[in-house]
Design a protein around this ligand. Structure first.
Ligand SMILES: *Cc1c(COP(=O)(O)O)cnc(C)c1O
Length: 397
């Protein structure tokens, strides 16, 4: 018997339409294949500086503390909480999906007294509800909100929410993992204090880095801590020194991932942020129209639907896993299943970064038509495609 590791790896090309990772452009993969440099090589410092400069543009911020954490998005969630929270601090976490729940869990692990405000799945976090909730507490240090809830497909109005958070004198921690690069995120204009993301969603790089940015006010809070940050790896003051100041060694950077992020960001700059966000809006409008023409319902409330991720109901009598298996095996298309409350009830179709192309909307809709028809679900062939084409063609009108 031979072991499978005897064969060289040839990862198959899949169409990644799940909740991340998303497709990575060959230019980004090519950048990844550059020779490894040392993490203290001045030539690498230039790469780091390029990345930080472009990240500031993407976050729409002048924050000097803007850098990619060596981790996926969850590590950036940990970084935000570990650096801001000291044991006994009171924080409020808005939970309208799976990632809000995770954020509350992490805040609690960092020693915070965590209050939560729950919003039904599929709905956006409401500013007036938050204003009323916040009144119950005094001395809240921070409020955490997920801008784009990837579990439900909902976008909350961050500008409004940050205003409410600041009225209470708290810091706004914003999860922009799925929004950055796919929706507008204006850190400085909206007054966000701490904002983080991840490379494998709308930024178009492989998973492995998680950009984060902190305002000077937030860094002031970090500087004035009376206790040590409990995490060595995610200690922002040390990371700031390595990225922006003394260049002192902290941990070995994922060098090649930094090349990849640089190239992905360069591609974003070439396209233009506005154009990129517009592309996400247009392509997602096509998908939503197609899904509705298929007779499936959208699970996020109207007016708050995410462009990079669409949640839709699984039709009665159709087997979730079977359909997703057919998509993956017969069409090489990956979509996501439901998380948490939506497990077994929802499909999640991502259109993030490089995956966000019209051809992918047509591919997934036609594959779904074929698979659902085989499963006995009544399908008018071509209807979802023409609805999508129409929505895309008339998008700018
Ligand atoms: C994906 C995601 C995360 C977690 O990121 P990982 O890269 O999987 O660690 C956090 N928040 C949101 C909103 C996400 O979509």
């Amino acid at each position: 018997m031979t072991s499978s590791y005897m064969n060289e790896l040839h990862a198959p090309q899949k169409v990644l339409l799940g909740p991340g990772p998303s497709t990575v452009h060959p230019r980004v993969l090519q950048a990844l294949a550059n020779p490894v440099m040392g993490h203290l090589d001045p030539a690498f410092f230039q790469v780091m500086d390029d990345v930080c400069e472009m990240l500031r543009e993407v976050f729409h911020t002048t924050n000097s503390m803007t850098l990619p954490i060596s981790s996926t998005g969850t590590g950036a969630m940990e970084t935000a909480c570990a650096n801001i929270i000291e044991p006994g601090d009171e924080v409020l976490i808005c939970r309208n999906g799976y990632f809000g729940i995770r954020l509350a869990d992490i805040a609690e692990r960092c020693g915070a007294t965590v209050h939560v405000m729950d919003t039904p799945w599929g709905k956006a976090v409401d500013a007036q509800m938050l204003r009323d909730e916040i009144k119950q507490y005094s001395g809240l240090k921070a409020v955490g909100v997920v801008h784009a809830e990837t579990s439900t497909g909902v976008l909350s109005d961050m500008k409004e929410l940050v205003e409410v958070i600041h009225e209470a004198g708290a810091l706004a921690i914003v999860d922009a993992v799925t929004s950055l690069g796919g929706h507008e995120v204006r850190m400085d204009d909206w007054g966000i204090d701490i904002c983080y993301s991840a490379t494998q969603k709308c930024l178009g790089a492989p998973p492995g880095l998680a950009p984060i940015s902190l305002s000077p006010a937030a860094m002031d809070v970090v500087s004035k801590r009376s206790t040590k940050v409990q995490s060595f790896y995610f200690n922002l003051k040390d990371l700031e020194a390595y990225w922006n100041q003394t260049r002192a060694y902290h941990h070995t950077s994922p060098i090649n991932m930094t090349y990849a992020l640089r190239e992905a960001l360069r591609m974003m700059m070439e396209e233009g942020l506005e154009n990129r966000i517009q592309r996400h809006a247009r392509v997602a409008a096509g998908l939503r129209a197609g899904v509705e023409a298929l007779g499936l319902s959208l699970l996020a409330e109207e007016g708050h639907r995410l462009n990079p991720l669409t949640t839709l109901s699984i039709p009665e009598g159709v087997e979730d896993a079977k359909v997703r298996r057919a998509l993956l095996n017969d069409y090489d298309i990956e979509i996501g299943g439901g998380l948490g409350e939506f497990a077994g009830k929802a499909w999640r179709i991502g259109l993030m970064g490089e995956s966000c192309r019209e051809k992918n909307v047509f591919a997934v809709l036609s594959a779904l038509e074929s698979i659902l028809a085989k499963e006995g679900y009544e399908v008018a062939f071509g209807a979802s495609l023409s609805a999508a084409q129409r929505a895309i063609a008339t998008f700018d009108e």
